[in-house]
Ligand binder design. Structure first.
Ligand SMILES: [Zn+2]
Length: 189
């Protein structure tokens, strides 16, 4: 297990379509199980609430989510672990229902320090396969619904910046290109 590097947008690998995980005898292969462990480690290290495999350069349809930190913040410390559903790992997630509209100021570990308003479905249901290869589903609203849609977008090669105006997207892109350059300079030193 290891913390892996998170790709920074506009890395071209973030704009690619991810492939479905092929189950072997009804189970996810070992490399996918390792990937999921690494995704959780990497997400927690970066203090994120969700992460998709392509953000680590792995073009497979895998997403992890843990919104408990956000829920604790919202509950102002009054509720210890409000959600029984996260942390959750979703393999081959598919939306089977979406309804309503919700605006949320989103951020992304692949676009550090930047946020933007995005309109998503207010409620959704996602069908997926769990780490044991069993079919499951999750019904979500609020941040959980937003996060699921944001993370599943990554599997289509789409990021929240794609919903912003060309002007705002361009400003963020220039900042990220400078950040990528700085990171490369630091790595070379
Ligand atoms: Zn993201």
């Amino acid at each position: 297990m290891a913390i892996r590097d998170i790709l920074i947008w506009p890395d071209p690998r973030l704009m690619k379509l991810s492939k479905p995980v092929e189950l072997q005898d009804g189970k996810p292969p070992d490399d996918v199980k390792t990937l999921i462990k690494d995704m959780f480690l990497t997400m927690y290290d970066a203090e994120g609430i969700g992460l998709a495999a392509p953000q680590l350069g792995v073009l497979q349809r895998v997403v992890v989510l843990d919104i408990r930190a956000y829920e604790r913040e919202q509950a102002d410390g009054k509720v210890e672990v409000p959600s029984g559903e996260t942390p959750i790992a979703l393999i081959n997630p598919v939306f089977s229902e979406k309804s309503g509209k919700l605006e949320w100021e989103e951020g992304c570990l692949s676009v550090p320090g930047e946020t933007g308003m995005v309109t998503r479905a207010a409620k959704c249901r996602v069908d997926y396969v769990d780490v044991d290869g069993l079919p499951q589903f999750i019904e979500a609203e609020g941040l959980k619904a937003v996060a699921l849609q944001h993370e599943c977008d990554h599997l289509e090669g789409k990021l929240f910046v794609d919903y912003l105006s060309p002007l705002k997207k361009g400003v963020i892109k220039r900042k990220m290109l400078r950040l990528i350059e700085r990171n490369a300079d630091e790595a070379a030193e």
